[in-house]
Write a protein that binds this ligand. Structure first.
Ligand SMILES: *[C@@H]1O[C@H](CO)[C@@H](O)[C@H](O)[C@H]1NC(C)=O
Ligand SMILES: *[C@@H]1O[C@H](CO)[C@@H](O)[C@H](O)[C@H]1NC(C)=O
Ligand SMILES: *[C@@H]1O[C@H](CO)[C@@H](O)[C@H](O)[C@H]1NC(C)=O
Ligand SMILES: *[C@@H]1O[C@H](CO)[C@@H](O)[C@H](O)[C@H]1NC(C)=O
Length: 538
């Protein structure tokens, strides 16, 4: 196996402390720091691995340094080709750096804020300017068996220990629950994982006690989803935040992943209610999916009882104010209002605002259209939640899972006007999505509101000028990690592979690659040009 170090902490003073995060090639390899040609060994323990640290006598913040890997007899077997320097000349220690990665922190160009921000307070773990490292340890046979059977729905989560390290933060948990996550993504060799911390033991991982490590396997750039989060933040839609991580299991590379929160109680507390202790009890939460029997979460009324709704399509996650035996009651009453609603009536905005965070919903739909998101509500009746917000006494639409965007999936009929977007699908018998057709297509006032939102988003953020610098920064920031990910041998895993290469990574930003017809930049350019011609500029 190849060596991967995370250079850790180098402490300076009259002496200096150095630290590197690194995974040795072999069990007897170790890491060291070289300053002025003097090699100082770094050490690690079971409590800190893969962080290696040490103190270097006589070093100071003006010293240049590099990390090396040593074999058992002290020979340098791998060394960094670049010289590291301190930017802060008063520093007394290094941050936790990663072996062979020159850049530890990326200052990301900002994206214009279109509507008021609703993003939660910044988190030390979800720090988008850093690439973190996660080291999981699990019984090797149990873990291998889980990876060999990703589609096994009955498999219980396995036990693992967890360590997270980024430039300035480390976090360890002795026992977490680990399982394969996702639906379609489980059919691929590269898997997504879900990690659940033991909240009863106070292990809350910076208020994100359930995280997913998303594989981003269908996207050659691996950053389409992150860009989608960024734009949702810009347009004031409540959403999960994401940060990149390298994942290792039992010292072996597992892959480069986007660490995100799951939409569950802690997300509602932190992001929807912004950490407030109110409401005392959370409202009801439903997860919508469309992965069985060709059914879709259309939001159509299908009867007055919970039993009238397939629980895999509409899954109650938090009971809220519903009767225990009828967990669908509140949502069914929303379906009923929607069914009975006559879109030709006046007062549509007022009617829906009292039942739904209408602007939040319309902005989320604008993003579905703008990114050609074919795996979401508008196109597929999939990948969203509805939360009954007891503080506002109305519903909140919560979109999730944004990898099938910006032409990922290569579907031809997403590249069209918003009026044609999914129109053929909505015309299928019994497959109408009434929250689209009745509100966005058929109600004059809401349609005007939607068009205004669409145009505003395109003018202010969904355009080349606003997004290009961020896209370029992501390209530079993650290219080495993507290259590393694409080099990993997953041939023994079951499932499909996309076979993307680092060339595809770069190409899929500016043009088409196999399965993804259009690059991110030309996709944005297309919508940017087309939207102003689609809306009646009132
Ligand atoms: C560190 O962990 C390994 C593997 O679990 C174990 O064999 C070893 O004894 C541990 N070392 C110490 C010092 O606890
Ligand atoms: C030290 O280890 C390296 C790498 O394992 C090996 O190539 C070299 O021959 C060894 N040198 C001595 C003096 O044993
Ligand atoms: C993110 O990381 C940078 C670099 O280590 C640090 O300066 C910043 O404070 C971090 N942000 C948060 C919210 O921890
Ligand atoms: C609606 O009801 C029919 C008949 O009971 C059932 O077959 C179908 O699965 C239901 N649809 C959903 C989305 O639950």
């Amino acid at each position: 196996m190849r060596p991967y170090l995370i250079p850790g902490l180098l402490v300076l003073a009259s002496s200096a402390l150095a630290g590197v995060v690194g995974f040795p090639d072999s069990a007897t390899d170790t890491f060291a720091v070289v300053i002025n040609k003097v090699i100082t060994p770094l050490t690690t323990t079971n409590e800190t691995f893969p962080l290696w640290s040490g103190t270097v006598a006589g070093a100071h913040a003006y010293s240049g340094y590099r990390y090396v890997m040593l074999s058992a007899n002290g020979t340098v077997v791998k060394k960094e080709s670049f010289l590291r320097v301190f930017t802060d000349k008063k520093a007394t220690s290094t941050s936790n750096e990663f072996f062979l990665r020159e850049v530890t922190q990326t200052t990301l160009p900002s994206i214009p804020q279109v509507y008021d921000s609703v993003r939660p307070a910044p988190s030390r773990a979800f720090n988008e300017s850093l690439i973190g490292t996660i080291h999981l340890t699990a019984d090797p046979a149990t873990f291998a068996d889980m990876v060999a059977h990703p589609l096994d729905d009955d498999r219980k989560a396995i036990k693992a220990s967890f360590r997270f390290i980024n430039a300035d933060t480390t976090y360890s948990a002795a026992e977490v629950k680990l399982k394969v996550s996702g639906h379609g993504s489980r059919e691929f060799k590269k898997l997504s994982l879900r990690v659940k911390f033991d909240e009863d033991k106070g292990e809350t991982f910076f208020d994100r006690p359930i995280i997913k490590l998303r594989s981003e396997t269908s996207d050659p750039t691996m950053f389409r989803e992150k860009l989608y989060f960024d734009i949702l933040d810009s347009i004031g839609v409540k959403t999960t935040q994401g940060a990149w991580v390298r994942v290792y299991v039992n010292g072996q590379p597992f892959g480069f992943h986007l660490m995100v929160q799951d939409i569950e109680d802690p997300f509602l507390r932190g992001t929807v209610h912004l950490g407030s202790s109110q409401p005392k009890e959370l409202g009801s939460l439903y997860q919508m999916g469309s992965h069985v029997l060709g059914l879709e979460a259309t939001l159509q009324y299908n009867g007055s009882l919970t039993a009238d709704y397939n629980p895999e399509i509409y899954s109650n996650q938090i009971l809220g104010d519903n009767p225990k035996k009828e967990p669908m009651t509140q949502l069914i009453s929303f379906f009923k209002d929607l069914q009975e609603y006559d879109p030709t009536m006046s007062g549509g905005i007022k009617f829906w605002n009292s039942r739904l965070d209408l602007d939040g919903y319309l902005r989320a739909m604008a993003m579905e259209y703008l990114t050609g998101n074919w795996d979401a509500y508008w196109w597929k009746g999939n990948n969203y939640f509805m939360y009954y917000n007891p503080i506002e006494a109305r519903w909140l639409f919560l979109p999730t899972d944004f990898d099938s965007t910006f032409s990922d999936g290569g579907l031809a009929d997403v590249l069209t006007t918003y009026k044609n977007f999914a129109a053929k699908r909505l015309a299928r018998k019994g497959k109408d999505h009434p929250l689209i057709t009745k509100l966005i297509y058929k109600n004059k006032d809401i349609n005007a509101r939607f068009e205004n939102i669409l145009l505003t988003i395109v003018k202010k953020v969904f355009n080349t000028k606003a997004l290009e610098a961020r896209i370029n920064a992501y390209e530079t920031m993650i290219q080495d990690e993507v290259k590393w990910d694409y080099s990993l041998d997953r041939s023994k895993n079951p499932g499909k592979t996309t076979g993307f290469t680092i060339t595809d990574f770069h190409k899929s930003i500016t043009g088409g690659v196999k399965g993804v017809n259009i690059g991110i930049k030309p996709w944005i350019k297309d919508r940017e040009t087309s939207v102003p011609t689609q809306v009646s500029t009132a």
